[in-house]
Ligand binder design. Structure first.
Ligand code: NDP
Length: 387
């Protein structure tokens, strides 16, 4: 039996992960499940999967969690220290699916077991890619990508010489506002931006898809995870979301990965790797699909992509600043305090200010440096938005 923990178990990725685990209960010993606000779902899943411990990030909800778990024998805990304690429990496989920079510390801790970290939390790689990878090497742990595009690239590279890669191309749907006239984008509400044409995901990543901040994060993630130079990474709009990524090799061959837009594919690949097992995902019928479309993203509609290019070129602490500014701007948009188009403006202002202060260069990252940069970028974004 494999010992598994799922961080962010109550979210979209977490629930898809539990769906796969629940289909083969004899294969898994569930150690820890974590969530934040949704303690009833957390308790329900901890009971049905016989977890050892359930942890909510919200200390104010500990009593609710304890009440929901009463009589089950499952431990209940709350708060950041409890999340780290859960990450310290020995496991073979951990899903990192907390949303945002909050996923960084538990992910780093879980690497210490030397097992497998299935990484959905792209923010970890964006803000602290070199740190995460060096910790994985230090403890002999394996990080497997769960983002569908990066899982696709990872699969296309099996058995290939990394030196033979010329270019990595990740696709994006263009999000829920892709057909809106440019001059209407200022009026988009969180509800407008929070509905995706193809994927069923959490609210934050769905809005990030509409702004393509999600793709911007994924460009940086590609650089960090695969070590590809920024000039060798590209993105194209592919409205059908059936081809997730392509790898171009030095002989001109393009290896593409296609599959239904269902995160259980990438999660299942990371769960069973290096094997492939049956997965409950739809099979594609190419004759029914008929046509696949691709076009270049419009820089005026998606300014986040140019910001990501600057972050990739500069490295250092720019990813941490970019991610934190983006997260804070997204909070403000969801709270209806700024407009959809203001998000990229305020992220750019924050990066410019930090660049001018000369605080984004660093030869080697430490967790403290990343957390300090995160705090400063959030404060600057708040100031930019209220100016
Ligand atoms: P959701 O918003 O659906 O779920 C987020 C999870 O994190 C929930 O379990 C939530 O708890 C928990 N959480 C929220 N805030 C905190 C916090 N401060 N501390 C600890 N836990 C917290 O997100 P998704 O599942 O959509 O995304 C998760 C991660 O996976 C993100 O990094 C995202 O970018 C990435 N990803 C998601 C994809 C998708 O298809 N959804 C695709 C590829 C990557 P609760 O719900 O109980 O409040």
């Amino acid at each position: 039996m494999r010992r598994v923990s799922v961080f962010g178990a109550t979210g979209s990725i977490g629930q898809n992960t539990l769906d796969l685990i629940a289909r083969a209960p004899d294969d898994y010993d569930v150690v820890a499940l974590t969530g934040a606000g949704n303690v009833s779902r957390l308790a329900r899943d901890a009971k049905r999967l016989h977890a050892d411990v359930a942890v909510t990030a919200r200390v104010d909800l500990l009593d609710d969690l304890k009440a929901a778990l009463a009589g089950s024998g499952i431990e209940a805990a709350a708060g950041d220290a409890a999340l780290l304690e859960a990450a310290d429990r020995p496991t073979d496989w951990v899903m990192s699916a907390i949303v945002g920079a909050a996923g960084l510390k538990p992910g780093l801790r879980a690497l210490r077991h030397g097992g497998t970290l299935a990484l959905a939390n792209k923010e970890s790689l964006v803000c602290a890619g070199p740190l995460l990878l060096s910790e994985a090497r230090r403890y002999g742990a394996t990080i497997l990508p769960v983002d569908s595009e990066h899982s696709a690239v990872f699969q296309a590279l099996v058995g290939e010489d990394p030196a033979a890669v010329e270019k990595i191309i990740i696709t994006g749907s263009g999000g829920g506002l892709r057909d809106w006239p440019l001059d209407r984008l200022t009026q988009a509400t969180p509800e407008d931006a929070g509905s995706h044409p193809n994927w069923d995901m959490g609210q934050r990543i769905t809005i990030d898809s509409a702004s393509m901040f999600n793709k911007a994060m994924e460009l940086i993630e590609t650089k960090e995870f695969f070590g590809t130079p920024p000039g060798g990474i590209d993105t194209v709009i592919h409205p059908q979301s059936l081809m997730h990524a392509l790898v171009q090799f030095r002989d001109g061959a393009l290896m593409a990965h296609l599959g239904a837009p269902d995160m259980r594919h990438a999660i299942g690949y990371a769960l069973h790797w290096p094997d492939r097992r049956d997965l409950p995902v739809d099979r594609l019928d190419l004759t029914t699909i008929g046509q696949l479309d691709f076009h270049a993203p419009d820089p005026a509609r998606y300014p986040a992509l140019a910001l990501a290019r600057a972050v990739m070129a500069g490295g250092g602490l720019r990813g941490a600043a970019f991610n934190a500014a983006k997260e804070y701007a997204l909070d403000l948009f969801i709270a209806r305090e700024i407009r959809f188009t203001d998000m990229a403006i305020h992220v750019a202002e924050t990066l410019e200010t930090m660049e001018a202060r000369g605080c984004l260069d660093a030869a080697a990252l430490t967790l403290d440096m990343v957390l300090d940069t995160d705090r400063e970028a959030r404060a600057l974004t708040r100031a930019a938005a209220s100016a």
